[in-house]
Design a protein around this ligand. Structure first.
Ligand SMILES: C[S@@+](CC[C@H](N)C(=O)[O-])C[C@H]1O[C@@H](n2cnc3c(N)ncnc32)[C@H](O)[C@@H]1O
Length: 251
């Protein structure tokens, strides 16, 4: 084990060895995969669908494009991209976790998504694609879970085509103190109980609440993207900053 792996890193509010985080995150998504979609609708009152639709609208995706949906999980964004790029385009649904990928693949096939989707098990930190491959890359509610976020940002930039854009949809910091209080109460008192009842797993939803609080806020993520080499980086808050959509380009 090298020195970097010996360092400690956040896993929610816990400090764990850097080398342990991937397998702890894998356990979370292995555990929640089967109930992931139903929990998303319940926890967000269906609003995650609007956040995702807005992300697609901001992607500038067109027919014939090549799209990477990394940490794509059960494929909500992939399904919409697949329709937009058409038969002459391609969408790669990539995720580190085979259980999430399997749920995504089964769901997309059942819903008649056309054959322009490829499924790849991959780590955002070390994307197994050639340089300059994709017109659009999305990572939705995924970056928070990645061990080395700077490495993942650089890896995404490497496989993005010049002129392409990366969109990062992620929980962020609510802009109002009142909303923050309500959101804290909901996250720490209601979410884990909901997780227990629906998915028989309160720990994973406790991790969700904690990992959101530990994730870089809007301005910090913006500066991380600029440091990684993205151009024209900006973001938009949604639902009062509960979620933010960051966008950056490669020129
Ligand atoms: C909260 S889910 C988001 C799924 C989907 N993008 C959505 O918005 O519904 C987070 C996903 O990130 C994946 N993930 C975590 N770490 C990753 C990594 N290093 N590389 C790729 N995917 C990762 C998990 O397996 C999980 O499927």
């Amino acid at each position: 084990m090298n020195d970097k792996n010996e360092e400690s890193i956040d896993f929610g509010y816990q400090k764990v060895a850097r080398s342990q985080k991937k397998s702890l995150v894998a356990d979370v998504f292995q555990s929640v995969a089967a109930k992931y979609d139903v929990m998303n609708d319940l926890m967000s009152f269906g609003i995650h669908r609007l956040w995702k639709r807005y992300t697609i609208d901001c992607s500038g995706v067109r027919r014939g494009m090549k799209v990477l949906d990394i940490a794509g999980g059960t494929g909500d964004l992939t399904a919409q991209f697949s329709r937009r790029v058409g038969a002459e385009g391609e969408v790669v649904l990539a995720d580190i976790n085979d259980a999430m990928l399997k749920v995504g693949r089964d769901k997309l096939r059942d819903s008649g998504v056309i054959g322009n989707v490829r499924y790849v098990q991959a780590d955002a930190e070390e994307l197994p694609f050639d340089d300059n491959t994709f017109d659009v890359i999305t990572i939705a509610f995924g970056l928070r879970n990645v061990t080395d976020k700077d490495k993942a940002l650089r890896s995404m930039l490497r496989v993005l085509k010049p002129g392409g854009r990366v969109l990062i949809l992620e929980f962020s910091k609510p802009v109002s103190a009142t909303l923050n209080q309500v959101y804290d109460f909901y996250s720490f008192n209601i979410l884990p109980k909901m997780g227990q009842v629906v998915a028989n797993d309160s720990d994973s939803y406790q991790y969700l609440a904690e990992s959101i609080r530990m994730h870089p806020d809007q301005e910090t993520l913006k500066s991380m993207m600029s440091t990684a080499g993205y151009e024209k980086v900006d973001y938009q808050n949604m639902t009062g900053g509960v979620v933010a959509l960051h966008r950056g380009y490669k020129f």
